[in-house]
Design a binder for this molecule. Sequence first.
Ligand SMILES: [Zn+2]
Length: 93
Amino acid sequence: MLTCEQVAQLISESLDRKLPLRKRLAVRTHYLFCKACPQFEKQVRFMRDALRQFQDRVESVESFFATPLSSEIRERMKQALSQAAGDMGSGEM
Ligand SMILES: [Zn+2]
């Protein structure tokens, strides 16, 4: 059985490339017992997509966060981050 930490690692790997079936199944199995990790994956994917959307406009994450235009996205990301952190903290297996 994977720990939440291992699952978080696999989630970030899965953003770059497709995971092998065995690992995907292990993550899915973990999701049956854990509410925090699927939530975490959702947040991470949302942030990845948001960054992708803006990456032609900004040069780095720092300038992304300094861009006044993105204040609404920034708020949502801040909420997503703190929510994910809270979920991970209380989501002990
Ligand atoms: Zn978990």
